[in-house]
Every structure is written in structure tokens, then in C-alpha cells.
Design a binder for this molecule. Structure first.
Ligand code: IMP
Ligand code: MG
Length: 217
């Protein structure tokens, strides 16, 4: 019975994946078990925003040889796209932390899964996040990196759930402010899946109000 269920689940997922990855994403819905995700931000809009953010880095970090530190796993696609639009000398590294495990809410505890390797002392550090939700992760990262005495420490996130985020410091660079609905795609997962989607989708049970709050500036 368990095997049968698993096969059914795999089949549902495969079908949903195929439709989500075809040419007209705005018409598609991603089905994951009982969950339905609807398109929120399409690839072209993301591409424009990533280019905009890279231009800011080019200007603000000229001659500073910054180290961009991606927060795994979620930021891997964002950082890969971002760094290819950066035209000034820069370095990069990754840190892997986890606070979500398999859930849609933070467990409240940040665990280091892979530490950074670079020398932070005296360097200009830019932490690159996929999304800031509760703010727990970046609060933790701020403390951790400040202890290493960087020359400067700033944060960039592609998505910010501005209603949820409790941070007592400004997040320096924000791509999109979104509502509190759970999103997948462009590096973001649900239970480790859907990172490979080129567009960003939101859980459709999120309220309509939530989705309207997206700030496309
Ligand atoms: P925070 O510590 O609550 O700010 O959450 C930060 C991390 O949780 C992000 O870097 C993501 O890895 C994950 N996360 C938060 N919201 C979402 C979401 O809507 N979809 C997927 N992952 C999320
Ligand atoms: Mg993350």
C-alpha cells in the first residue's frame, strides 16, 4: 500500500512538473499533493530585477572587491544569475544554514550546515539571501559575521515578506516585497522540491490580499 501511494504521488508530481515548465507559465498551476501553487512573478520580471540589483553592486562596490556570500540552498540560482551581471572584481562564497527543515514555517532554531571558508576580516561582505521571512536567519547571520570584523557588512535579498520580518536593522537591498504567502521556484523549495522552476509561484490558499501586496517597483 505504501509503495502504491508513493507511485501515485510520484505520478502526480511528474505531471504537475511538466505543465509548470512549459512555455506559458502564467497559465499554469503547480500541484504538489494537496497543495496548489499559482504564478506570482514570472521569469522576465525576475531577470530585470536581478540586473537592477547587480547594477547597484557595480556602483556601490566599485574598487572594493566585495565577497558575495550566498545563503544555501535557496540563493544558489539568484546568486548565479546576479554574479554574472556584476562587472566589477568580486569574490564569492557560500554558507548553508537551515531553520525550516521540511515545514513551511521556521523551526525557530538556525543550524549551520556548512560554514563559509573565506577570510572575512577587513573585507566588504554582502550576504545574498533568497528570501527573508521571519528575519531569524539574517539576525543570526549578522551576529555571526560581525564577530569576524568585516570592513562592511550588508544584506541583499531577492524577496522580503515585509509583514513577517522582525529585524531591527534595515535590509540594505531588497528585490521584491511580497505578502506572507509561501512561495516556490527560482531556487526556493517546498520540502526540497521545485527549486528548478523558472518562475515564482505562491501557495494559492494565501489570501488574495496577500498576493495584491506584492510591490513591483
Ligand atoms: P527566516 O529565517 O524566517 O527569515 O527564513 C529564511 C529562510 O526560510 C529563507 O532563506 C528560505 O530558505 C526559507 N523560506 C522562508 N520563506 C519561504 C518561502 O515562502 N518559500 C520557501 N522558503 C522560504
Ligand atoms: Mg535562504
Amino acid at each position: 500500500m505504501a509503495v502504491f501511494d508513493e507511485q501515485m504521488h510520484a505520478e502526480t508530481t511528474r505531471v504537475a512538473y511538466e505543465s509548470a515548465s512549459d512555455q506559458s507559465p502564467s497559465a499554469q498551476v503547480v500541484v504538489d499533493g494537496d497543495l496548489r501553487f499559482v504564478p506570482l512573478i514570472l521569469r522576465e520580471r525576475i531577470r530585470q530585477k536581478v540586473t537592477e540589483l547587480a547594477r547597484i553592486i557595480n556602483t556601490e562596490y566599485e574598487n572594493l572587491n566585495p565577497i558575495l556570500i550566498g545563503v544555501l540552498n535557496g540563493s544558489f540560482i539568484f546568486l548565479a544569475d546576479l554574479i554574472r551581471e556584476v562587472t566589477i572584481p568580486c569574490e564569492m562564497d557560500f554558507i548553508k544554514i537551515s531553520s525550516y527543515e521540511k515545514a513551511m514555517r521556521s523551526s525557530g532554531v538556525v543550524k549551520i550546515k556548512k560554514d563559509f571558508d573565506c577570510q572575512v576580516r577587513g573585507r566588504h561582505i554582502l550576504i545574498v539571501e533568497d528570501i527573508v521571512d521571519s528575519g531569524l536567519s539574517i539576525r543570526y547571520l549578522k551576529q555571526k559575521f560581525l564577530a569576524e570584523k568585516p570592513m562592511s557588512l550588508k544584506f541583499m535579498t531577492l524577496f522580503l515578506k515585509s509583514e513577517n520580518a522582525e529585524v531591527d536593522f534595515p535590509i540594505d537591498y531588497v528585490g521584491f516585497k511580497i505578502g506572507s504567502g509561501f512561495i516556490i521556484g527560482y531556487g526556493l523549495d517546498h520540502a526540497q522540491r521545485w527549486r528548478n522552476l523558472k518562475d515564482v509561484y505562491v501557495l494559492s490558499s494565501a489570501s488574495a490580499l496577500d498576493q495584491k501586496e506584492i510591490d513591483l517597483t
